[in-house]
Design a protein around this ligand. Structure first.
Ligand SMILES: N[C@@H](CCC[C@H](N)C(=O)O)C(=O)O
Length: 257
């Protein structure tokens, strides 16, 4: 059998995208997901996304990490919006469904603005923080993040007993100015540092932004620039959280499986 795929990237977080409106992809075949995401034996990607029809939404995004596990993916969702526009399913605005619920998004000139789910609050974890932005994120503020041992420290926190059994993603954040940060992320399910993580930078922006007057934080990642806008609630939670950044088709092809 051959599968037609499209490869997308959003600030270097890369995804195999499949138009699965015919529902031909076996979502229980996690070995196939891992194989397609394998950088040596498959196409190679941080994750795989299926676009399916949904009765109440423009489309449904089904996201898998490279190891076949599932969670919400912010950069993947931005790429799914761009891919759905490419397929002619949506134009400049969309309402779609993901694993964590309904999302709105707009697409203009290759830039996708994605409305994230509301965040109930930020948990303190000793000197660090934990936020769920659709996926779980541990946040640590550090100096000189470019020199930080992201893989070693990220892996150790990801597997710490406090997050067992499901684990967490881990973000290391350096303050650049009152409205700008640099974020590096160790991703659960990829089990490595990725060039950018959308739900991760969103969590980092909320943790950093809660102590700043700014309501929009500019984000630098190894894969490019994003920004996050939000409204703080008196309860300590956040609403109207927008993740903004580019999403691009890189190539398309067919793979024998
Ligand atoms: N890269 C994603 C996050 C994907 C999910 C994560 N690895 C998890 O399992 O929680 C993003 O852009 O948000």
């Amino acid at each position: 059998m051959e599968i037609t795929f499209y490869k997308y990237q959003g600030t270097g977080n890369d995804f195999v995208m499949i138009d699965d409106r015919q529902q031909l992809f076996d979502v229980t075949d996690l070995g196939l997901v891992s194989k397609l995401c394998d950088r040596k034996f498959g196409i190679g990607a941080d994750g795989l996304i299926l676009i399916r029809n949904h009765a109440d939404y423009d489309f449904e995004m089904i996201y898998f990490n490279a190891d076949g596990s599932q969670s919400m993916c912010g950069n993947g969702a931005r790429c799914a919006v761009a891919f759905s526009a490419f397929l002619g399913i949506v134009e400049e605005k969309t309402d779609f469904l993901a694993i964590d619920g309904a999302h709105q998004a707009t697409l203009k000139d290759g830039l996708v603005q994605l409305l994230m789910g509301e965040v109930a609050g930020i948990e303190e974890k000793a000197e660090d923080f934990f936020v769920n932005t659709g996926s779980p994120h541990h946040i640590r503020l550090v100096d000189r993040v470019k020199d930080y041992p992201v893989f070693a420290e990220g892996k150790s926190i990801r597997y710490d007993d406090m997050y067992a059994p499901s684990g967490t993603n881990v973000n290391f954040v350096e303050a650049i100015s009152p409205d700008e940060i640099f974020v590096r992320t160790y991703e659960r399910g990829v089990e490595d540092e990725t060039l950018s993580c959308g739900t991760g930078v969103t969590a980092a922006a909320l943790v950093y932004g809660k102590d700043q007057p700014a309501t929009e934080i500019k984000i630098n990642t190894l894969g490019g620039k994003l920004s996050v806008k939000f409204t703080s609630k008196p309860s300590g939670g956040f609403s109207d959280i927008w993740l903004i950044g580019p999403a691009e088709q890189v190539y398309s092809g067919k793979i024998k499986v």
